[in-house]
Design a protein around this ligand. Sequence first.
Ligand SMILES: [Zn+2]
Length: 408
Amino acid sequence: MTLKDLLVNSSDNSLSGVKWHTLKQSIVKCLLSIGDATIAELSAELQSSIPTITKAVNELLADGFIMDMGKVANNGGRRPSLYSIAPSSAFFLGIEMGRSSMAIGLQNLKNEFVSLDLQVPFLLENTHESLLKFCAIINKFIDDSPADKSKIVGTCINLSGRINSMEGYSYNYFFNENRPLTEIVAEQIGLPVFLENDTRAMAFGEYMEGVVENEENVLFLNYSWGVGIGIVTNGRLYYGKSGYSGEFGHSSIFDNEILCHCGKIGCLETEVSGWALISQFKKALADGKKSLVELEEASPMVQHHSIISGALVQEDSLCIELITQQSEVIGRYLSVLLNIFNPDLLIIGGDFAKLGDFVLLPIQAALRKHSLGLVNRDMKLKRSVLGNKAGVIGACQIVKEKMLSSLE
Ligand SMILES: [Zn+2]
């Protein structure tokens, strides 16, 4: 039996069989949520007798779901054993689908990566062939990983744009397939599949394993090729009615007659984003400004990274100037969100977060200038610590969270 099997309903339908199964599920859940514990602690937490807990723990040990970590010190008397969840009794697969590459990672129950590749070449196209190729990459990754596939609980796939997580559809990619994307991928890879918006997954990654300490109301800005926000309120991801919350970049703000890829004119992204930065850089050169960075015929995504690296590595004045200007503008519109949400913490993440103070200082100055003083004083501003791993970590954690919530 695998941990996955233990977490589904008991096959023994007798009252005692169901009770016994539920007790073992509760012990696993307890060890996952409060960490390592002794028999006495489990007995107190689950309000079950010491002999009953001991018997259940022995069965879980025999199945390899938990480990005996050795004796702990106490104030005299017999020293009790400490039990811990066995890290390799279940795994969670996280996938981030980018435009020209994908990131994929497999975490164990202790949130450790047993396999991780942040740069798998993959060209995202809206075709059935592209989708099959994507599934083939996942299957190869699973085959090459050290984990037994039967122990992988499921996978979460992060995509940019409008995602309906509940129904399993992406409205930007593979929408013409007549079936939910989750269903097609599940059929190809033989695992349960969840779909998530990329920014929301990054926010959850930071919340579970990143820069978030005790804060329960968090805004996460994904400042990259596009611009979106992830929202955590009272410790839970906020989705909105259908999962389309956080589309900050498509707020129609400017009278600039620039067409956004969403079809609207004057969105925030038309002046603040990786793709806007490329146009601004090219226009500045055409106006006679000088730069060390040469974009040549590279793909738009490479151009976007070249300008960021121009500021960061080459300290190129034009790149720094344009990024500072964008950061001031985004800070001004983030101040609107602060006034509305009054968060404990605002995290700056995404490709631009690599620039550190080049981005954080103008954002902070704009927040001070434009948001209400009371709201601004309440809030901490931090940079993402997970960087380009935030999305994959978030995806793994979303699968883990779904497993745990199925036990509630
Ligand atoms: Zn737009």
